[in-house]
Ligand binder design. Structure first.
Ligand code: SF4
Length: 291
């Protein structure tokens, strides 16, 4: 289902600029942005995955992972295809990268916002997660579900890489209750080389969500020889402590995937080292995941 986007501006010669994520793609008529799900149709931007879920499940909320928000409950989880990152280690690359390439068919099942909320109500599920792929790329779909969910007293959760703009944060913040945000590294080079993105917008999203009272938990996937050095881990831990030492930090194990299928999985000792570094830095809530 294609749906006119909200988060864009019109430029000259029917070109549009998408402002759903910090790439701020300039898109010519007939083209799509980096994520492959936002297309310029005759000078208007359209979201190609509106109401089209590529994955839809009921998960334990701890799987998001969120350990300090509605613990012990289930969460209705959905995602579409497409992502604004190109992480070589992506664990969900079959859906995150599925929309990329000229004229790529958009896959997914019809799932309008009303139906998502009706299902949550029917099964008495207290929250909805926008997850599996990056919700910023399907901002308008997530937003419209979130508005309806909030009216029914259902909480909204983003599981995000944090690459949002001020506009996309303002758009979702009134309806957002919690978020798990990836903080993959505090090294700019890592974000540019591995993810095709920049670090600064991620930090801005973390700080903005936190300042606006969204419950946040952070996740770092520990990739051997890429972001597992002590300096980087200490930098991350100190950054979180500076915000609030009670913010949960999820240290997640890497398994060989996608373009990094020749690497070994993260050794348990590396995860324990990260946990110890976090504790020494002063973090209170540290969880090792994916083990
Ligand atoms: S959401 Fe997609 S089209 Fe929009 S700026 Fe990000 S990558 Fe580009």
């Amino acid at each position: 289902m294609s749906h006119k986007a909200t988060l864009f501006e019109k430029l000259e010669k029917n070109i549009v600029r998408c402002c759903a994520c910090a790439h701020r793609c300039k898109i010519a008529p007939g083209d799509r942005g980096i994520c492959g799900v936002r297309e310029n149709v005759s000078g208007e931007l359209y979201l190609l995955v509106y109401g089209k879920a590529s994955a839809f499940n009921i998960d334990p909320i701890e799987k998001k992972p969120l350990n300090h928000f509605l613990p012990g409950t289930k969460i209705l989880s959905l995602g579409t295809v497409g992502c604004n990152f190109k992480c070589d280690f992506c664990q969900n690359w079959q859906i995150s990268q599925a929309s990329k390439g000229v004229g790529k068919k958009i896959i997914g099942s019809d799932l309008p916002p009303e139906e998502v909320v009706a299902i949550a109500k029917k099964y008495k599920i207290p929250s909805v997660a926008y997850t599996y792929n990056e919700p910023a790329v399907f901002s308008e779909y997530a937003h419209d579900i979130a508005v309806l969910a909030q009216k029914e007293g259902i909480k909204n959760v983003y599981v995000t890489n944090g690459y949002l703009t001020l506009e996309s944060r303002k758009y979702i913040l009134p309806y957002l209750d919690a978020a798990n945000i990836d903080l993959k590294s505090l090294d700019e080079d890592f974000y540019q080389r591995i993810c095709g993105a920049k670090l600064k917008p991620v930090l801005e999203t973390i700080e903005d969500f936190f300042a606006n009272g969204v419950h946040i938990e952070l996740t770092t996937l520990i990739v051997p020889e890429e972001n597992d050095n002590e300096k980087n881990l200490l930098d991350i831990a100190r950054y979180i402590v500076k915000l609030d030492k009670n913010i949960p930090w999820h240290i997640s194990r890497f398994f060989p995937h996608h373009k990094m299928d020749d690497l070994e999985m993260t050794e348990i000792q590396s995860l324990e080292l990260a946990r110890d570094i976090g504790r020494k830095a002063g973090l209170i809530n540290i969880y090792i995941g994916n083990v």
